[in-house]
Ligand binder design. Structure first.
Ligand SMILES: Nc1ncnc2c1ncn2[C@@H]1O[C@H](COP(=O)(O)OP(=O)(O)OP(=O)(O)O)[C@@H](O)[C@H]1O
Ligand SMILES: [Mg+2]
Length: 274
């Protein structure tokens, strides 16, 4: 069958523009960096299997290697040892199947909101398809009315939503979120958490979410992986892996979640006085 750009849209064509969540498997992933005082072991033997469409939160102390781990998954950096497989295909180079949203939105200041989202579209996306997809994503993140504004004319929460829409524009099989809500005030943050869940329901991609916020991890994720170093002179590994009970959206006041929160805080070395 020959597909041309003038072919009328079919149900199948629309479906192709949607995300197809992938499974991610990390086996024995290790990464160290040379320093003047010898090798700095950041990750040592990280093992983690993430199912298609699953949301996994990574938490751990600052500097424990969470961002490094995301870079390994999307191929921006290569591990010294071990393997990362996305849907049975090993990650060897920068991954077209992944999209990343960072703590700061990293928007192009001279482009409009719409054009910034447009930049996320996969290469070769047709003009009409691309415009339709961008409209759909702007709607999804509630930015239709702000489409023609520049980044300096939107709030921090809106800028973060542009960044999310741009990441989703790639139709990633795996969405990597590196503290995407970290810079937001508490109320905006709670609203954005609900938006993330709406986005995940509409575009059920696999999500790896790095967060410092234990409550956020327990509210959003299917599983929470606590990353840390068990031994001195050794890099971080997955220390604790918790399956969060209950369907989403969850009750933020749930007592089971409160108990898990204490467990995770203790794992992070935070005094909890209980
Ligand atoms: N390219 C690099 N060269 C040398 N050291 C690096 C490099 N990338 C990361 N590191 C080191 O690896 C460690 C982990 O860094 P990483 O950014 O992954 O931590 P993190 O868990 O994301 O921290 P934070 O929560 O503060 O963002 C740090 O000590 C950092 O200095
Ligand atoms: Mg980081």
């Amino acid at each position: 069958m020959i597909l041309t750009s003038t072919a009328p849209p079919t149900a199948e064509a629309v479906d192709v523009r949607r995300t197809h969540p992938a499974g991610v498997r990390l086996s024995g992933v290790s990464r160290s960096f040379p320093t003047p005082r010898g090798q700095h072991h950041v990750l040592t033997d990280v093992n983690l299997s993430i199912g298609p469409g699953e949301i996994v939160a990574l938490i751990g102390a600052s500097g424990c290697g969470k961002s490094t781990l995301l870079r390994e998954i999307c191929g921006l950096d290569r591990p010294d040892a071990g393997e990362i497989v996305i849907d049975d295909q090993p990650v060897r180079t920068v991954e077209a199947r992944c999209a990343v949203a960072f703590q700061e939105p990293r928007l192009l200041p001279w482009r409009t909101v719409r054009d910034n989202v447009h930049l996320g579209l996969p290469r070769g996306t047709g003009r009409v398809d691309g415009d339709d997809r961008v409209d759909e994503l702007l709607e999804l993140v509630g930015l239709t009315a702000a489409a023609e504004r520049r980044p300096r004319e939107v709030s921090g929460g809106m800028a973060q939503r542009v960044s999310l829409a741009r990441a989703l524009a790639r139709n990633p099989a795996v969405l990597l979120l590196d503290e995407p809500l970290g810079a937001l005030d508490a109320l905006t943050r709670l609203k954005m958490q609900d938006l993330l869940l709406e986005i995940h329901a509409a575009e059920p991609t696999t999500v790896v979410l790095v967060t410092h916020d234990v409550e956020e991890a327990l509210y959003l994720a299917d599983r929470v992986a606590l990353i840390g170093g068990a031994h001195r002179h050794r890099g971080s590994e997955v220390q604790t892996l918790i399956t969060v009970p209950g369907d989403r959206p969850r009750d933020r006041g749930d007592t089971t979640l409160a108990a898990l929160r204490l467990e995770l805080l203790q794992g992070l070395g935070v005094p909890t006085h209980h």
